[in-house]
Design a protein. Structure first.
Length: 278
């Protein structure tokens, strides 16, 4: 039974003013937790950081991770960087928005859409455990401009220039500035930050739909708030946590340290009380 991970952390972007500061540290901190507490070997952890994390490289690494899984294997995909959303291109979104991940070479006209990610994750073989952690955000309601480089906290969201162009031209935007990862299934209102969803993976996202994920100076260095406190929770319990316990403990640490974001946990209801990365 193999254990493999793909960890992506992007501080450097080709989009002017978009650089972050804590994403590479997120990869380092999570790598240490995986090898220390969960039996992952360094050679089975693929890390893509900064300029390595092109769209092509990200897609290739994710596809290889999913294709490698055999019954009994444990897989982890972690992304730390900017999130965004763009107009839906195929009419499958109720809010007319596609969420995207932002590679270092982000092309707004050819983004890495959630549709591609969902199609890829759905290829997971039966009996393979997959955990996905997204330390980014896809809601633009709280930020319409980049924060200055020396700000103590930056938000991991990029506004889509296609929306800004539409606004400036007087055209009405379709949909709201939010996406679907971490959003309650259609037709169901969110009653909790733990949501049953008919998906193959266990999904942990950085914040609620209406919030942003922080890139902040914590513990003497810059880190993503979600990943930093998630790893701190793992350390405190020496890795012995269920998904539900890890989620709740991470929320508690964020709140105690004055971060407003509330991580979301989604997956099959029967898996919430399974041991993390089991």
């Amino acid at each position: 039974m193999a254990k493999r991970a793909v960890l992506i952390g992007i501080n450097r972007y080709q989009v002017p003013g978009a650089d972050l500061r804590g994403c590479v540290n997120d990869v380092k901190n999570l790598t240490n937790a995986l090898t220390t507490y969960y039996g992952f070997s360094a050679q089975d952890i693929t890390s893509l950081t900064d300029l390595q994390a092109t769209k092509k490289a990200m897609q290739s690494a994710i596809q290889k991770l999913i294709a490698s899984g055999k019954k009994g294997d444990t897989l982890l995909l972690h992304y730390s960087g900017h999130g965004a959303n763009v107009p839906d291109d195929n009419g499958d979104e109720a809010d007319h928005r596609d969420e995207i991940l932002c590679p270092t070479d982000l092309d707004w006209n050819d983004p890495l859409r959630d549709d591609w990610l969902r199609k890829t994750l759905n290829k997971l073989r039966s009996g393979v455990s997959l955990t996905v952690i997204m330390d980014c955000c896809h809601s633009g309601s709280n930020t319409r401009a980049f924060t200055p480089p020396d700000a103590p906290i930056k938000e991991r969201f990029l506004p889509c220039p296609l929306d800004l162009m539409a606004t400036e031209s007087g055209r009405k935007l379709r949909g709201t500035l939010r996406g679907q990862l971490g959003k309650a299934p259609r037709g169901r209102k969110r009653k909790s930050d733990i949501v049953h969803a008919d998906i193959k993976e266990m999904l942990i996202t950085g914040c609620r739909d209406t919030q942003t994920s922080a890139d902040a100076h914590i513990g003497g260095s810059f880190n993503g708030a979600l990943t930093y406190y998630l790893v701190e929770s793992i350390k405190a319990a020496e890795g012995k946590l269920t998904y539900r316990e890890l989620h709740q403990d991470t929320i508690g640490k964020l709140k105690k340290n004055d971060f407003d974001q509330v991580p979301q946990l989604e997956g099959q209801r029967t898996s919430f009380d399974r041991m993390f990365l089991s």
